[in-house]
Design a protein around this ligand. Structure first.
Ligand code: ZN
Ligand code: ZN
Length: 154
């Protein structure tokens, strides 16, 4: 399955007139591995372990190409872009403490009711939802601290 994927990628890149370089393959692999929606810097650090000569510029360019080809998704944020290898429909939860991005199933929003808008002549063809809060790890940590201070005050 992995070999097949790589083969497809090679063909896709060639069709688009891009050279299928080992660098691009590695970069794609790392984005798929890092499920935390890494920034270009994080991907660069990971790729560098396996390919010490890679430059940050190459990583940036390659990420742009992979995103253009639809092999990864580029998520734009105020401070920097993040990359997502999960191409299925999903939302994101941003943890306020650790700054990680988590995938959230679209079932959290059962059905978006746009009937009213469409009745008024709008044509709705997409939507975006972003959730903010704490991830299970950070939440547990916070609960732990709260519990401790409660015990101390008793
Ligand atoms: Zn967190
Ligand atoms: Zn995602």
């Amino acid at each position: 399955m992995c070999a097949e994927r790589v083969e497809n990628l090679s063909k896709e890149l060639r069709q688009e007139g891009y050279r299928f370089t080992r660098q691009r393959q590695l970069i794609l692999e790392e984005v798929r591995k890092l499920k935390c929606h890494p920034r270009a810097r994080d991907i660069y650090d990971a790729v560098k372990q396996r390919m010490p000569n890679v430059s940050l510029g190459t990583v940036y360019r390659s990420l742009g190409i992979l995103a253009d080809l639809g092999l990864i998704r580029k998520l734009e944020y105020d401070d920097s872009s993040r990359f997502d290898a999960n191409l299925s429909d999903h939302y994101h939860l941003i943890c306020a403490d650790c700054d990680q991005l988590f995938d959230v199933d679209t079932s959290v929003l059962e059905r978006l009711n746009t009937q009213g808008l469409e009745a008024n002549g709008f044509d709705v063809n997409g939507h975006k939802l972003e959730l903010y809060g704490l991830c299970p790890n950070c939440n547990q940590e916070k609960q732990g601290i709260a519990g401790e201070s409660q015990r101390l005050s008793v």
